[in-house]
Design a protein around this ligand. Structure first.
Ligand code: APR
Length: 227
């Protein structure tokens, strides 16, 4: 079938095969670090050096990994369909794989912003933000990443895209963080819905549960959509 409106809702599990940690798996980021020390505005206020170092390390690691077959298969799908990626991830692996329409609900690791004016954003690639670095408005420079307690980006637009999709694929996410996780409830009743995960216990009602590692099971699944 050609020309479908396909929405991909991805989480950290899609990047796990590339070597990036997830958050809640046994070796996950929130197992090694405490959220309240790293990913809240208060944490940045009280210990900016620790927060900046955490994201500097993740940016450095991101420079050393590559998109995996799951990212590449999603990018390839654009040859036959209208594909919109909506990701919870802050990595740039969807873009590096070639996806041209990517919404980052939780921000981007490769961007920094003013801690006073969220519209003052600068691309820093895989570089570091050091304590004392300031934005053009003189405020401390911070990662352009959504911290707990902050509003996520592009939610209304994302809800609309999910509601209008012919096919929705939820890939590599525990669906444990709202409001991003709530997007699965915006699907139309006639849309084809897939939940791709190594563990399908949390497969939402009405979704086809596709068990397996995204880099292995996603390419054949996406190929089947273009038959
Ligand atoms: N293939 C498919 N799924 C995988 C793979 C894989 N190779 N490896 C892990 N998974 C699945 C896990 O089973 C789990 O369901 O990916 C999911 C990862 O869940 P989390 O670690 O909770 O990550 P995520 O859902 O992206 O977290 C959402 O939480 O802390 C915030 O901002 C952070 O965006 C993140 C949000």
């Amino acid at each position: 079938m050609k020309g479908l409106q396909i929405v991909i809702l991805s989480g950290s599990g899609i990047s796990a095969p590339s070597g990036l940690s997830t958050f809640r798996d046994p070796d996950g980021i929130w197992i090694k670090y405490r959220i309240e020390e790293i990913a809240t505005p208060e944490a940045f206020e009280s210990n900016p050096a620790r927060v900046l170092d955490f994201y500097n390390q993740r940016r450095l690691q991101l420079a050393s990994v590559a998109p995996n077959p799951a990212h590449l298969a999603i990018a390839e799908l654009e040859q036959h369909h209208h594909v919109q990626v909506i990701t919870q991830n802050v990595d740039d692996l969807h873009e590096r794989a070639g996806s041209s329409r990517v919404i980052h609900l939780h921000g981007k690791l490769t961007e920094a912003r003013s801690s006073r004016d969220p519209s003052i954003v600068t691309d820093i690639g895989y570089g570091s933000i050091l304590p004392g670095d300031c934005a053009t408005d003189g405020s401390p420079l911070r990662p352009n990443v959504v911290w707990f307690g902050e509003s996520i980006f592009h939610l209304d637009e994302s809800e609309k895209l999910v509601a209008e999709a012919d096919v929705v694929l939820v890939i590599g996410t525990s669906l444990s963080v709202h409001p991003a996780a709530g997007l699965v409830h915006n699907t139309s009743s006639v849309a084809a819905k897939y939940y791709v995960n190594i563990d399908t216990d949390d497969c939402p009602p009405g979704f086809h549960c596709v068990e397996g590692s995204a880099d292995i099971v996603l390419p054949p699944l996406l190929k089947s959509l273009s038959k």
